[in-house]
Design a protein. Sequence first.
Length: 222
Amino acid sequence: MNEDITRQYFTSPAYDNYPVVGISWVQAKAFCVWRSNYLNQYLESIDYTQMNDFRLPTEAEWEYAARGGIAGESYPWGGPYVRNPNGCFLANYEPLKGAYDDDGGVRTLMVGHYAPNDFGLYDMSGNVSEWCLDAYDNPTYVVANALSPFYNYNAGDNASPAMKRKVIRGGSWKDQKYFIQVQTRTYEYQDTAKSYIGFRCVQPYLGRVKGDNLKSASNVAK
């Protein structure tokens, strides 16, 4: 059965709406470069202003997005439970050791199968873990700058395994609930590709819309 998934996952239209997996951190970064060039070449062809480049999210950006504006909770939907009041699971993960199908998904599920968080983002917990831009090191929170909480370095092909560790976040279909918490951080090696790791692109925000601060103040007043 695993062989069928291996042969069909990247070719069959049945998996068109499933998350990308089997891509290394290095490959994910390369895709972001390709996507940026593709967009900006098109914008140039229509004489339009170029956009900021796509890239992987930093670890801090990922956690902020995953929380969806809910501070102090462990999951994108709040917490502390992983089921809704009807007893239905809220993410694709491994509820009990070896019980992969208890939540309705043995492996990956279609993107958007579960409800989004308050930012409208799907699958920030479970389904597949996601590469972040940061290198993984235990003292990161000590050495990172509060204004720019990002920590990385370029590790060559011949670097030691410890130097090739990159942060993954969110947990996956094979992980138990500790790993799908928004504050949990772990790692994989930048040149490895796994069936449980994918990625999403981000694009740095260019400025603000005129008057959006007034709208925010109005919402607070209500």
